[in-house]
Design a protein around this ligand. Structure first.
Ligand code: NAD
Length: 246
């Protein structure tokens, strides 16, 4: 493994455009469970609760689960060493941007500046009627659904539900970054969510080397990965950091 880490560090130092593509796995060491796998949230909840039509018809019921999954879990979570190493890589010029599927805001809390949020963010709520956005922290989520102060309509978390499109800017910017990348580091993603999974595939097709950090094998490992650093994001990135920042 050390040999692979040294090789990866060399590639990143030589690269002129490294990007990171992150999924739920990078936040597991912060205490947020992923959706899939042994301890995944979909073993406990029905994905229907995040379906747009279900939300529109049953905002209160939908919010009972949304609150439990996203706000009770996320409230006290902090970035972990993996988030901090990525932030330091950006600050030292070794990483251009992060494209994340996560909605937990932990990259920004760790200090990362250029973060393209492919699936939105849970920290803001949006009114589907007037389009106004509010900080989720302004609402007492004991009372659900939270309602727009202006028109009384139920507010929806500003991350995408099943049946919604990807935010336009995030989509455009993520693929533009993938096309420019000569190294793409995929961290903690199964590669099962489309169209997000096309981002690293685009990087590969346009000539990028693909590094993958994940304790398990994924669709990417089998299809596009050049170097699989098999292990937890926090542990692997801290090791990598030793060679990157020496
Ligand atoms: P996923 O839930 O499908 O898969 C998680 C991946 O992380 C798996 O491949 C697993 O092996 C890996 N993993 C587990 N522990 C890890 C660790 N310590 N270090 C590195 N990798 C680890 O995740 P996904 O592919 O990102 O797709 C799920 C969707 O759900 C995403 O769109 C994401 O937006 C959303 N989601 C977000 C959060 C969050 O914001 N933290 C949490 C759950 C789900």
């Amino acid at each position: 493994m050390e040999k692979q880490i040294i090789e990866t560090a060399k590639l990143i130092k030589k690269s002129s455009f490294t990007i990171a593509f992150t999924g739920a796995g990078i936040s597991v060491e912060s205490g947020i469970p992923p959706f899939r796998g042994e301890h995944g949230l979909w073993n406990k909840y029905n994905p229907e609760v995040l379906d747009m039509n279900y939300f529109l018809e049953n905002p209160e019921k939908s919010w009972q689960f949304i609150r439990e999954i996203f706000y009770d879990f996320f409230v006290d979570t902090k970035p972990n060493p993996a988030h901090f190493v990525l932030a330091e890589m950006e600050a030292t010029g070794l990483l251009k941007s992060i494209i994340t599927q996560n909605i937990d805001n932990l990259h920004q809390e760790a200090g990362s500046k250029t973060v393209h949020e492919f699936h939105g963010n849970s920290k803001t709520l949006i009114c589907l009627k007037c389009g106004k956005q509010y900080s989720a922290s302004k609402f007492d989520l004991k009372n659900i659904p939270p309602r727009c102060p202006d028109d009384g309509e139920p507010l929806k978390p500003d991350f995408i539900f099943f049946g919604e499109g990807i935010p336009e800017d995030a989509y455009k910017n993520s693929f533009a970054e993938a096309e420019k990348a000569d190294v793409c580091i995929i961290i903690g993603s199964t590669g099962e969510i489309m169209p997000a999974s096309y981002v690293p595939q685009t990087a590969k097709q346009t000539g990028s080397v693909i590094i993958e950090i994940n304790p398990e094998e994924t669709n990417y490992t089998r299809q596009i990965t050049d170097i699989h650093l098999k292990g937890k994001a926090g542990e692997i990135l801290v090791e990598l950091g030793k060679y990157l920042f020496e």
